[in-house]
Design a protein around this ligand. Structure first.
Ligand code: HMG
Ligand code: MG
Length: 300
């Protein structure tokens, strides 16, 4: 067992963190969140999505957010179909996320498509995209579905392998509703890493049941060095009932610091930005490590 020396963190708060919120967060506030988190050391963002504004009104201003960001960082956009790709390219992005799911019921609820249809949409997106564009592929409900329960790791591994064969750079295992424990992550990675090289696998853990840090350690034990997190623990999916935030970036940074794994972020600076954002928009600040860091800073 050897842990990676360095981990690449993608910050999901601007997209996953905000997409389920009812009250519209103004475009300038979304862009400022990215700029402020960039100043805390974050270089890669899951920033926006180009999805149907009727399905996810909060993400309707993706192009405007991209235009308003001033920091020199990598901005990714989630696209569910060719129309999304077109809009993302128009906005000037070159990094995109595409999404399918292990579970039929979730795929239908989230994308109005069967898993097979969602995979075909992804294939056409990859086929149509200009050569310089890169993709990450998400397999959502990789361990649990809100409607169908536990998922088959072998099926997830098949979807992951197929996405890689079709040309995504990396495949991210989406633990959409935060029910998995290290037992489930272990079982999943055993199958996935049999078919996909570890350097092309990332994890995206939600923290609904407080398991995300334990699950992250399991992923690290397997050598996974790409992970999504969300400042302040913001997050959820509008079509996954009960899903709460992603693993908090501050909690992840505390873990990695403790393990001597490099990441390039300043945990306290992230906490300050996320706490101020949550306070400004009436959101609950959920990072345990962040609260402790802020309290310690206050004490001096
Ligand atoms: P549909 O209703 O079947 O689509 O939805 P449609 O093709 O019939 O279009 C319906 C309307 O949306 C039309 O507009 C289209 O033009 C428009 P109208 O003519 O009625 O005015 N439309 C679009 N507009 C802008 N951008 C687009 C787009 N596509 C259609 N790209 C659809 C199918 C896929 C569009 C819909 O189901 C959808 O947008 N789903 C996205 C839901 C979503 O964003 N979920 C959250 C992201 S996934 C996630 O969070 C999981 C993840 O974090 C990993 C994890 O946690 O596991 C990544
Ligand atoms: Mg998510």
């Amino acid at each position: 067992m050897s842990f990676p020396a360095r981990v690449t963190i993608t910050e999901s708060s601007p997209r996953d963190g905000l997409q389920s919120l009812g009250a519209f967060i103004p475009t300038e506030a979304k862009a400022r969140l990215i700029d402020d988190l960039a100043a805390a050391g974050i270089t890669s963002f899951d920033a926006v999505s180009f999805v149907s504004p009727r399905w996810v009104p909060q993400m309707a201003d993706g192009a405007e957010v991209v235009a308003a960001v001033t920091a020199d960082v990598t901005l990714g956009g989630l696209v569910p179909n060719l129309k999304g790709l077109e809009k993302g390219l128009e906005a000037g992005l070159t990094h995109f996320g595409v999404v399918t799911a292990a579970s039929e019921a979730f795929c239908q609820a989230n994308l109005n498509a069967t898993v097979d249809e969602s995979m075909h949409r992804i294939r056409s997106i990859l086929f149509e995209a200009p050569e310089h564009v890169t993709f990450r592929g998400y397999v959502s409900t990789a361990t649990h579905c809100p409607f169908e329960g536990e998922q088959d790791p072998d099926w997830v591994a098949h979807l992951a392998e197929t996405l890689i064969e079709w040309g995504v750079q990396d495949v991210y295992l989406g633990e959409t509703i935060g029910k998995a424990t290290p037992y489930h992550v272990e079982r999943l990675l055993a199958e996935v890493l049999d078919r996909v090289p570890v350097e092309r696998v990332g994890v995206h853990f939600h923290d609904t049941y407080g398991q995300a840090i334990a699950n992250t350690v399991t992923a690290l034990e397997h050598g996974v060095d790409k992970m999504d997190s969300s400042a302040g623990g913001l997050g959820g999916c509008p079509y996954a009932p009960g899903a709460m935030g992603n693993v908090a970036t501050e909690d992840l940074v505390w873990l990695l610091d403790g393990m001597g794994i490099e990441h390039g972020l300043d945990g306290l600076a992230v906490a300050r930005v996320a706490k101020a954002f949550c306070d400004a928009h009436g959101l609950e600040y959920q990072s345990r490590a962040g609260r402790a860091l802020l309290a310690a800073a206050e004490r001096g």
